[in-house]
Each structure stands twice: as C-alpha cells, then as structure tokens.
Design a protein around this ligand. Structure first.
Ligand code: PMT
Length: 400
C-alpha cells in the first residue's frame, strides 16, 4: 500500500516550492494529501496541488465531505508523515502551543505520526527569541526540524530564513518513511554524556561530552518505533519526548544502572564517555591547598561495555563507541574484539565536524567482517544509520 504524506502549506513566499516537492514525492510513489492555510492560498492556488495529487486540497475545517467522515481525523489517521512546508513563524507558534483554529493546525494536532517542520521566514522573525523558543519546543516535542538556509530572502534581506533545499527536505521525508517502524517491538538501551568522578564535595574529573550523540541516537530509536531507555550522565539537554531516562553521575552509577536495565534489551548502544579511572578515595571535606604538588591515586572503573560483552543475553546486539585521537581504526578494531561487541562506532576528536559537543559527527562503523566510513552528517542522522544496521543484525540473529 502507498504511504501517505500529508503536506501542510502555510502562507509564505516559499509556498510555491511545496508544489515541486509534491511532484517529486508523487514520482517516488507516495500518496500526497495537501492541506493549506487560507493565507497560503494567496501565494499559490489549491488547483496546482489538486492537479498534482489528484485529491481535493483541504483549506476549511467546515467543507462538506461526500462520505460524511470527519475529514481532519480521517486524514490524521492515514498520515504516515506530516510535513509543514513552508512553516511560517505563526504556524510554528500555533502547533507548539496546541492551537487548532483551522484545517491545517487541527489535523496536525490530531495526527500521531512523525512530523517534520521546514521553517521559512524573514531573518528577523526567525532570529526572534520567541521563534527560537518555539523551535526548541518543537524539537522537544519530537518534531524533526529541517533548518532553513542562509540566503537572499524575498523581502530583500540576506540572512537565515530561506526554506531548506527541496532535495534535502525530500531526503528527510524518505529517510523517515523508510525507517519508521524498523525498531517496532524492540527495546533499545542507550548511554550518553560524561561521567563525573568526585575528588571531594567540590571537585570532580570529567570530560567534554555534551551527551548530544547519545541523545540523538535515543531520539532516532524512538522515531524508528523502539521502546527506548536512556542512561544519562550530567548534561544540559532536554530528554526526547517518549524516552525513559535514568540519570546518573559517576561511572559506578552508570554501571549499576546498566546492570539493572540491560537484561531485557534487544539493542544496547554505549555512546557515553565513561571515566576510565576514579579517585581511590573521595575526600569527605574540601581538599585544602597544600605545597606545589597534589598527589591523588586513581583506581580503574569497571569497563561497562566489556561487562556487557561478557554477560550478553542471547540475540542481544551490543554496540560501543571509540573516541580516538590517533590510530582510529586499529584502536577501534581492538575494542570491537576485546569488548565482544557487534559494532564499534569510531570517531576521531581531531576530525573537523566530529566528536564532542557539535551537532555533527564523522564516524566509521566497524563490524566483524565489514568496515564503512560515513560522510559528515548530523548526530541524528548518524543515529539513524547506526540503528538501521543494528536493526538488520537483530533481525538476522532472531531468524538464525
Ligand atoms: O556527547 P557528545 O558531545 O555528543 O560527544 C560524543 C562522543 C564523542 C562522546 C561519542 O561520539 C563517543 O565517542 N563516545 C564514547 C567515548 C569513549 O568513552 O570512548 P572510549 O574509546 O574511551 O570507550 C570505548 C567504549 O567503551 C565506549 O562505548 C564507552 O562508552 C565504553 N566504556 C569506556 C570506559 C568504561 N569504563 N566503560 C565503558 O563502557
């Protein structure tokens, strides 16, 4: 059966680009239903979309429908994906606050499918803190954002706010449609962020992990239909909607949380940057300044990934990461074997766009008989690539 893309078009000059997108999606074999705001019809006529989709375009909530079905509910039920192209500041503000005062926003609210927002507006409107706050709220609600580009805008300004390239939007839609449901029925455990190893009540040693890589994997796993648990070190990120989180601080806390959670998980991904050592003794009181040197003895923390490799439950898929600054592939391959993993995701701190804190990564995926390096991509996209491969491995193992 054809998958249904519901395309919500709101009133901005970029509305005409939605027609090209519609045509491309139809050529790919998708069924496209278009809902327009009244304002959008000032920029492009419904007839354009009707000619392309062979469906009536919905604008008013109160239009009569031949079979007397409640139109916005029946479309919401049929939607495999809901995409807003272009999404104006006004429509974004409405949907993140649950407003439903026209056909587009009513159907959006009723739909329970992956949702993609492609903002396009004047730079000032885009950069306004209110819009930025609404976009953050949209992300926290689990909607995928296809960021606008920097360019010359119809109003004569140059800046960020130009609708993303249609090809990029199309790729995003196809990726979601192809991967949604791949992990349905699977339990996925992800660890993320740094650990903190206390020296005294005031100080700790830690690392630069922001948690973004692990959080984006968790978000991708949720979007692919999994039941996701995230064990997180201390980070400044919103937990993706629908993901269960267990907050931890130290490596020992993370170890205990993993031991509690791992047994009934189908796929485990260890993206956390776990401290290898902790102070042998955590002082009860603040360590006072003393002499030129301070000696602290560190002892080894449990290697959680290696423990998982030893205690693997049948058919379980285990994926670790390797963060290296040299000899990336040799070190990663050594970890793959020693820690008994199915996959190691290797990233190099010195590579542009890779590693700690940024929104992108460049990774090489090592499996027992196969190694592949992926292009620079967002951490969310890296998550989808990893999970797609792990889902295939999990299926193979289940069938063997
Ligand atoms: O959080 P971000 O800012 O987005 O940055 C992402 C990242 C760089 C932290 C992430 O992409 C990454 O590489 N995570 C693993 C970092 C790391 O600890 O690498 P490692 O090579 O030291 O450890 C190898 C593997 O063993 C990792 O899966 C790690 O979780 C695990 N490990 C390590 C030590 C330990 N005591 N227990 C473990 O389970």
């Amino acid at each position: 059966m054809k998958k249904t893309v519901v395309l919500g078009v709101s009133g901005g000059i970029a509305a005409f680009k939605a027609a090209q997108l519609t045509s491309n999606l139809i050529k790919k074999g998708y069924d496209v239903e278009v809902i327009m705001t009244q304002n959008a019809t000032e920029f492009i006529t419904p007839l354009t979309f009707e000619s392309l989709t062979k469906h009536n375009v919905m604008v008013s909530t109160f239009e009569k429908v031949a079979d007397r079905s409640v139109k916005h509910i029946s479309i919401a039920h049929r939607a495999d994906i809901f995409v807003l192209v272009p999404a104006t500041a006004n429509v974004i503000a409405k949907i993140v606050h649950g407003l439903a005062d026209d056909m587009l926003t009513t159907t959006f609210l009723a739909a329970d499918c992956p949702k993609v927002i492609c903002p396009a507006m004047n730079t000032g409107m885009y950069e306004n803190p209110v819009t930025q706050k609404n976009l953050e709220a949209a992300k926290a609600l689990g909607y995928e954002l296809v960021e606008p580009e920097v360019g010359y805008l119809a109003c004569g300004d140059t800046g960020k706010g130009k609708l993303a390239d249609i090809t990029h939007i199309e790729e995003c839609i196809c990726r979601i449609l192809e991967t949604t449901g791949l992990l349905r029925g699977k339990r996925v455990l992800v660890t993320a962020g740094p650990t903190r190893e206390a020296l005294d009540p005031v100080r700790f040693i830690s690392n630069h992990s922001s948690g973004k890589m692990g959080y984006e994997i968790a978000r991708a796993a949720r979007d692919m239909g999994a039941d996701v648990t995230l064990i997180s070190g201390p980070v400044q990120l919103n937990v993706p909607h629908g993901v269960r989180v267990v907050q931890v601080v130290s490596a020992q806390d993370m170890f205990e949380a993993v031991q509690k959670e791992y047994a009934d998980c189908d796929i485990i991904i260890k993206a956390a940057a776990v401290g290898d050592y902790r102070a042998q003794k955590t002082e009860e009181n603040k360590i006072k300044k003393q002499g030129e040197f301070l000696e602290i003895t560190f002892v080894k923390n449990p290697d959680i990934l290696a423990w998982l490799g030893e205690h693997r439950v049948s058919n379980q898929i285990i994926c670790g990461f390797a963060m290296e600054t040299e000899h990336l592939l040799e070190h990663a391959a050594e970890k793959l074997n020693r820690k008994n993993c199915d996959m190691i995701v290797a990233n190099n701190l010195h590579e542009q766009g890779a590693g700690f804190q940024g929104d992108t990564n460049v990774v090489t995926l090592l499996q027992k008989n196969h190694t592949e390096t992926l292009d620079l991509m967002s951490k969310y996209e890296v998550g989808v690539e990893i999970l797609t491969r792990l889902a295939a491995l999990s299926k193979e193992r289940g069938e063997a």
